[in-house]
Design a protein around this ligand. Structure first.
Ligand code: ADP
Ligand code: MG
Length: 626
């Protein structure tokens, strides 16, 4: 055999490649199996062209894995097209030269040739785990050759003897090190699981002799049996049209792949051609995984290139607000099937992600329209994520998300979309009203809510931390502003009522200032209001930050004391307490201060807030009794 050097700057390139392009060493198996599968497809293609004279039928094709533990070798054998000496030289001797790519180019006349290889680097990944590779190959014309290489030093080609058409690639595995136990690649369980993981949907059977223990007939003894078994399931479910696949099949696939004991809420299939060509099979789970709302949850879809898995969790395929979606994408035109880092900048991938987002949005809208109960179940599990999405990135995703969110409505007692809310607004209602609280029941008890409901207007209940932040980010829906009934000035009364109230507040300026002083920094002002029906007092806020927002922000790590809402103590102008306060201002300022503190404590309790000085307040109340 004559020793040859790799073409081009191959030595350098080879070293670089072997050690930096691939993220996981284990993918070498996927690469060699893909090559074997391509070779079979080529031979099959030739046989069709020749009218089936090559003496091999579709059912005879196979890829066989075998190991020799003593010799530390792993062999991948196929009965594909084989390689001539020239092809060995060109395709294996030249890095980044892909015989498969050329084949596809030369033969693709409109017919679909689904060949995996295209970059001419996959083969070399085997040098991540092997220090020597031997390729024995026989072409359909009967030429047999051997190719051998120990990596960067070059390769040798010679004539050889081989019985059957096809290629046998033998890897002499590297010696085990502390970090890497290469001999693992000789173990059945490891090879089986690698095939399952990366090559399950290769169209041709990937076989291996597996040993198992079987009970002997007529005896309790066990014997070791070795049987050739097919390791891959071969048919990618997503390549079948949705009408051919039963719900049961989808559910089983989902359960097996994503380890979920509950069937998915919805199956989404997508077949796209044009700017981005891909097939997607996605699932909306029926419940949130236990770690969904934590940092541990990893979003992403499985990414396949022509049926070969290239990434387990491709995060770039899903926006954060749809991170609950599980599934996979298969595309034959991903420009590089090698590393995460390179995929991130892939234009094709971005196009696919855009198309998926549109599809998911459409499916959720459809669910909302056609199966309200299911949608509400979905929203129960993942609604918070959609609301975070509204808030994130300065509201950049509102077009996608604003029609997907639901809020419980106080009066109706059911959940409404913003569209439903605004469409049902009675004449005269200008804004969208909401109130914040721990539960719908507690919100219903808020004095300001009572007043708005009495007007015949509906109030949306914001019970989750993120709600008000999301609404503030939206600012408006259908040209209607969001108004917090306990914070914003509500435009409920008539013009006369408003002027009368202003007048009343102005006249009581001295009283109200005195009350404010007696509460110190707790409030920024005290004023009369006409918005309360039966209650004597309530709290509201003025400015950007509402009391609820302050509560949420205070809970966050790193919150500072200057995160503070401007709190206003409001007194029902029509309540007898209003007159009483005025009277005390003239007769007993000390008692007025006491009453003010009690009223403020009441307002806090009504608003679902705690009081800082419960003993002081209790004593004050008791002192009024004795
Ligand atoms: P790619 O598969 O992207 O083309 P590889 O480095 O994996 O790149 O393989 C280079 C080329 O070597 C292939 O395109 C193919 O022409 C040839 N080749 C590799 N393995 C086989 C095989 N088992 N049988 C026939 N040809 C092969
Ligand atoms: Mg390849």
């Amino acid at each position: 055999m004559q020793k040859k050097q790799f073409k081009t700057e191959s030595k350098k390139l080879l070293n670089m490649m072997i050690h930096s392009i691939y993220t996981h060493k284990e993918i070498f198996l996927r690469e060699l199996i893909s090559n074997a599968s391509d070779a079979i497809d080529k031979r099959y293609f030739h046989s069709l062209k020749e009218g089936g004279t090559t003496g091999i039928g579709k059912g005879d094709f196979e890829i066989m894995l075998s190991v020799d533990k003593g010799a530390r070798t792993l062999t991948i054998a196929d009965n594909g097209c084989g390689m001539s000496a020239e092809e060995l030289e060109n395709n294996l001797g030249t890095i980044a030269k892909s015989g498969s790519y050329d084949f596809k180019k030369d033969n693709d006349q409109g017919e679909e040739i689904d060949i995996i290889g295209q970059f001419g680097v996959g083969f070399y990944s085997a040098f991540m785990v092997a220090d020597k590779i031997t390729v024995l190959t026989k072409t359909e014309n009967g030429e047999s050759h051997i190719w051998e290489s120990e990596g960067a030093d070059g390769y040798k080609i010679g004539e050889a003897e081989k019985e059957t058409v096809g290629t046998t690639v033998t890897l002499h595995l590297l010696a085990d090190t502390e970090e890497e136990k290469y001999s693992d690649f000789l173990e059945e369980y490891r090879l089986k699981s690698l095939v399952k993981k990366y090559s399950d949907y290769i169209r041709h059977p990937i076989k291996m002799a597996l040993t198992s223990h079987k009970k002997k007939e007529d005896s309790d003894d066990f014997e070791e049996v070795t049987e050739i078994q097919t390791l891959n399931s071969m048919v990618p479910l997503w390549k079948k049209s949705a009408s051919e696949v039963s719900e049961e099949e989808y559910n089983r696939f989902y359960a097996d792949k994503f380890f979920d004991y509950e069937p998915p809420l919805r199956v989404i299939t997508q077949n796209s051609e044009g700017t981005a060509t891909f097939t997607a099979l996605m699932f909306i789970p029926s419940h949130a995984p236990y770690n969904y709302y934590s940092k541990d949850y990893e979003r992403g879809l499985e990414l396949y290139s022509s049926g070969v898995m290239i990434m387990e969790k491709c995060a770039d395929l899903l926006p954060d607000y749809f991170s609950f979606v599980k599934g996979l994408v298969d595309s034959s035109d991903l420009s590089l099937n090698i590393s995460r880092e390179m995929l991130q900048h892939d234009r094709q991938l971005k196009l696919i992600a855009k198309a998926l987002e549109k599809k998911i949005k459409g499916e959720l809208e459809k669910l909302l329209r056609t199966d309200r109960e299911k949608y509400e179940k979905f929203f129960e599990a993942f609604g918070a994520q959609l609301k975070y999405g509204l808030y994130a990135d300065w509201g950049a995703h509102k077009e996608v998300l604003q029609d997907l969110i639901l809020f419980p409505a106080a009066k109706l007692g059911k959940k409404l979309t913003l569209k439903e809310y605004t469409e049902a607004m009675p004449e005269g209602q200008k804004d969208i009203y909401y109130a914040c609280g721990e539960t719908v029941d507690k919100i219903m008890m808020l004095p300001q809510v009572e007043a708005v409901l009495a007007k015949g207007y509906e109030v949306l209940c914001f019970t989750e931390d993120v709600d008000e932040f999301a609404a503030r980010m939206l600012e408006k829906y259908a040209e209607k502003e969001f108004k917090n009934v306990t914070a914003d000035a509500l435009d409920l009364g008539t013009e006369e009522e408003k002027t009368a109230l202003e007048e009343k507040n102005k006249n009581a300026d001295a009283l109200l200032s005195y009350m404010k002083e007696s509460l110190g920094n707790a409030v920024t002002s005290v004023r009369f209001t006409a918005a309360l029906k039966n209650h004597a007092v309530c709290l509201s806020s003025e400015g950007e930050l509402s009391i609820e927002m302050e509560k949420v922000l205070r809970k966050m790590p790193g919150a500072t004391a200057d995160v503070k809402a401007n709190v206003v103590l409001e007194i029902n102008h029509a309540h007898p307490i209003a007159e009483k306060l005025q009277a005390l201002f003239d007769s007993d300022k000390q008692l007025l201060a006491k009453y003010t503190k009690i009223l403020y404590a009441e307002a806090r309790l009504i608003g679902g807030l705690s009081i800082d000085n419960p003993t002081e307040i209790s004593e004050m109340i008791t002192s009024l009794m004795v």
